[in-house]
Design a binder for this molecule. Structure first.
Ligand code: NAD
Length: 363
């Protein structure tokens, strides 16, 4: 039995992790700490039973220390971050504040309570990204745990800094840490500023699908539940002080992802006549292919060309393997967004911020 504190648990991956953990570890206690920034949405946790929620900033060291003590936390899973590369280009400060200073504040709290007071077994698991490794050429070997860091965006630089701080707190103070560096995630509850939900919603509404540059930037795509499984393995069986790369093993050019998405939307409209009524502006409702919405736009500054993950370490040491390929995971994701329109409509019209008031009447 474990007592978890999950930072950023109202965001995309954190919420999926809470749902995942709740089902597989029903006896564990879970407390979410989240500042509910624009990306935090308490509706993401609806249906996850017996999950405590504290609205607080990870930089509030006193609150984190109190939680570690009072909830007898032994496992801190750290997702909270500013996570959108485009936003980091326009406003890097928030990325430094949360990803660097926020992670450091959590580490200080963990050190003070776990090493200074309780001296019990503990784990600080830090969730990070493959973007810390920079960009690969077409023929370069995939990123692994020994690839030198070379972050290129303010987002990836801030995550790289946080990875180094986590490592330093292990080597310097003896904090029991693990870190995972994962590839691009997709799945339910992803904020509709990221490629897959943004393009799905645009396709349903007949809005353009803006493609950066030549569309040939390559990413390794992983369903969020497979990421959660990888994190679970690292927490349970990973060696303290180690980092593990988590990937899907499916390298896809953005254009391939977008073509898959367009074909899947066309197929969904062909199979489900009600979609034509719900989304009359979709090309698929008007007998046109969804890919007629593709438009090319100026590339993102400093856009990394290719990310790929060599996941041999987590596979060989911990027995990790993604449960689904992109085609299967993507089909389920498309269905989830179609079946959960109120969730994304509430984000688009801003009313998701009222969710707590309408559901609990306490804010
Ligand atoms: P997200 O933006 O969807 O969610 C982030 C959550 O953190 C939100 O709920 C937000 O309210 C919360 N938060 C932000 N600043 C906070 C603060 N100062 N204090 C407390 N809470 C705060 O992000 P995500 O896509 O779910 O990513 C989660 C983690 O996984 C991040 O650390 C990210 O770097 C990492 N990651 C993401 C991906 C991906 O593809 N999305 C891939 C690899 C790693």
């Amino acid at each position: 039995m474990a007592n978890l504190l999950v930072t950023g648990g109202a965001g995309f991956i954190g919420a999926n992790f809470v749902h995942y953990w709740r089902v597989r570890h029903p006896g564990d206690s879970i407390t979410v700490l989240d500042a509910l920034t624009y990306a935090g949405n308490r509706a993401n946790l609806a249906g996850a039973n017996a999950v405590g929620f504290v609205e607080a900033d990870i930089r509030d060291q006193g609150t984190v220390e109190s939680l570690l003590r009072e909830q007898n936390i032994d496992t801190l899973v750290h997702f909270a971050a500013e996570s959108h590369v485009d936003r980091s280009i326009h406003g890097p400060d928030a990325f430094i504040d949360t990803n660097v200073l926020g992670t450091h504040s959590l580490l200080k709290a963990a050190r003070a309570v776990w090493l200074g007071e309780t001296r019990k077994p503990h784990r600080f698991h830090h969730v990070s990204t493959d973007e810390v490794y920079g960009s690969l050429g077409a023929d370069d070997p995939a990123f692994s745990e020994t690839t030198p860091y070379a972050p290129n965006s303010p987002y990836s630089a801030s995550k790289a800094a946080s990875d180094h701080l986590v490592r330093a707190y292990h080597h310097t103070y003896g904090l029991d840490v693990t870190t995972s560096n994962c590839s691009n995630n997709y799945g339910p509850y992803q904020f509709p500023e990221k490629l897959i939900p943004l393009f799905l919603i645009n396709a349903l509404h007949g809005r353009s699908l803006p493609i950066y540059g030549d569309g040939m930037n390559v990413r390794d795509w992983l369903h969020v539940e497979d990421h959660c499984r990888g994190i679970e393995l690292v927490i349970q069986k990973g060696r303290v002080g180690e980092t593990y790369c988590i990937g899907g093993g499916e390298e896809l050019a953005n254009l391939t992802v977008i073509d898959t998405l367009c074909a899947a939307v066309d197929a969904a409209f062909a199979q489900d006549a009600s979609l034509k009524v719900r989304y009359p502006n979709a090309p698929a409702a008007q007998g046109k292919p969804t890919d007629s919405l593709k438009t090319w736009v100026k590339d993102r500054p400093g856009h990394d060309r290719r990310y790929a993950i060599d996941e041999r370490k987590i596979r060989d040491e911990l027995g990790y393997a993604p449960a689904r390929d992109f085609a299967t995971g993507f089909a389920a994701t498309l269905r989830w967004y179609i079946d959960n329109e109120p969730w994304w409509q509430a984000i688009l019209d801003g009313s998701y911020r009222d969710w707590v008031a309408t559901n609990y009447g306490d804010r």
